[in-house]
Design a protein around this ligand. Structure first.
Ligand SMILES: Cc1cc2nc3c(=O)[nH]c(=O)nc-3n(C[C@H](O)[C@H](O)[C@H](O)COP(=O)(O)OP(=O)(O)OC[C@H]3O[C@@H](n4cnc5c(N)ncnc54)[C@H](O)[C@@H]3O)c2cc1C
Length: 401
């Protein structure tokens, strides 16, 4: 397996610090654009085109692709910062960007060296293509490590049909990574990941996306049909990709987006708190301890992401000393997801107590309804109960402590 972090960290052309700085600066501009459009994107449940135009102009869709393939060679740390910044402006924009980068990470870590995938990565970087993901399946739900559909390979060609209940921004994606059983007789857990670019696939919309939150992700249900070359199937089993990249990278990047959403809510609460303090000099507003509590939750979440990034980096650059063993590391990544998804919501609820009616009303500088609604997707996006069950099994298997 080639590894994104390893290739970025030890490759011939490591990213200059200035590149990371420039990427974060560009993310600030994209986040400002996302924030300007966030209420419209939410109200109308439309794809955040304006913010993605800025991201494309800044070449941030190819940010994590190695420089040798025409990308920016960014580290996961940098991408996590971009996700957080975008989440502050608009949760849907941040989540779409995070999901796209997750697909890129899977390709970089597990498919480079294959002629087809090398060309795909170059094209993503040069044309700033957007990749979506189809892992969930009707009748399977969010069980990532199980597929019902199967790849049919005949000679050099494949055919795949998947009934996907949720493909975020499917109608706006240029390409996709799709899980499926290895062949029609394979067991549900014997999965592969299939990559495709337009016009390899067609999507027939089967269900709408009129949801509580994350409305701009446009995560409709689709009948997905794909045809292409057998070499588009990634060369390693999906189980390996899920364990080494998909689970840890998704949990780190999703958590970063959720922290961004919560940070914006807490910032609104702090702004109101300061204006209350200015109005009555010499006395603390009654919401003071709530503001401090919300900020402490933010700091705790930030610490969790930093620890996860450090452990992931050490593990994948082969420096195993001092990092948790595989089962413990997987459990740590799972608890990152389950804890940040609930803590981010808690932080916004506390911010709501601080802002009171100004937070509860729509259209005020302190409105928090969108933040709360968006963050309610976090515990459900691969259900926390499902992840906690997996975590309990990992803890049983881990004999290291
Ligand atoms: C904003 C958003 C964007 C998404 N984008 C995509 C995407 O682009 N591509 C994609 O493939 N999917 C996507 N999904 C779907 C997601 O990945 C999960 O598949 C989906 O959230 C799970 O749906 P579910 O709750 O119906 O199903 P399940 O996970 O099957 O859960 C159904 C119910 O069963 C219970 N349950 C199930 N298993 C267990 C268990 N082991 N222990 C305890 N309880 C359990 C839970 O209470 C749960 O409510 C997205 C979801 C959201 C919210």
């Amino acid at each position: 397996m080639r590894n994104l972090l390893a290739s970025v960290d030890s490759g011939a052309a490591p990213p200059a610090v200035a590149d990371a700085t420039a990427m974060i600066a560009a993310a600030h501009s994209a986040a400002e654009e996302a924030a300007r459009n966030a209420d419209d994107v939410d109200r109308d449940a439309v794809f955040p085109h304006q913010a993605f135009a800025v991201l494309r102009d800044a070449r941030l869709l190819g940010a994590m692709i190695p420089v040798a393939y025409g990308g920016g060679g960014a580290s996961l740390e940098t991408i996590a910062q971009v996700c957080r910044k975008l989440g502050e402006g608009c949760a849907s924009t941040g989540m779409i960007y995070a999901m796209h980068q997750l697909q890129v990470a899977c390709l970089v870590n597990h498919a480079t060296g294959s002629t087809w995938h090398d060309a795909m990565l170059r094209q993503i970087a040069s044309d700033q293509l957007l990749l979506a993901s189809a892992t969930s399946e009707e009748s399977i739900g969010g069980a990532l490590r199980t597929s019902g559909c199967a790849v049919n390979v005949e000679g050099e060609k494949f055919h795949l049909l998947k009934m996907a209940p949720t493909i975020s921004y499917g109608a706006h994606a240029d390409g996709m990574l799709v899980t499926a059983r290895r062949h029609p007789d394979a067991a549900p857990s014997d999965q592969v990941l299939v990559s495709m670019l337009k016009p390899d696939f067609t999507l027939e919309c089967l269900s709408g996306w009129d949801t509580l939150g994350m409305r701009g992700t446009c995560s409709n249900g689709f009948r997905l049909e794909a045809r292409g070359r057998a070499e588009q199937v990634l060369p390693v089993p999906f189980g390996e990709i899920a364990e080494a990249t998909m689970a840890p990278v998704s949990h780190i990047l999703w958590a970063s987006v959720w922290i961004g959403v919560a940070a914006d809510a807490v910032q609104r609460a702090k702004t109101l708190f300061r204006s209350q303090a200015r109005a009555r000099p010499g006395s603390l507003p009654p919401s003071a301890v709530r503001v401090a509590e919300a900020v402490s939750i933010l700091h705790m979440m930030e610490g969790r992401v930093e620890l996860a990034l450090a452990h992931h980096r050490l593990r994948h650059t082969g420096q195993n000393a001092g990092t948790p063993v595989a089962y413990a590391l997987a459990a740590e990544m799972n608890t990152l997801k389950t804890s940040v998804s609930t803590l981010a919501l808690e932080a916004v609820q506390i911010a709501m107590l601080v802002c009171g009616m100004a937070g509860y009303k729509q259209g005020t500088p302190y409105s928090l309804g969108r933040h709360l609604r968006d963050l309610w997707s976090a515990p459900l996006m691969i259900n926390n109960d499902r992840i906690l069950t997996n975590t309990a099994n990992l803890l049983l298997a881990d004999r290291s402590s």
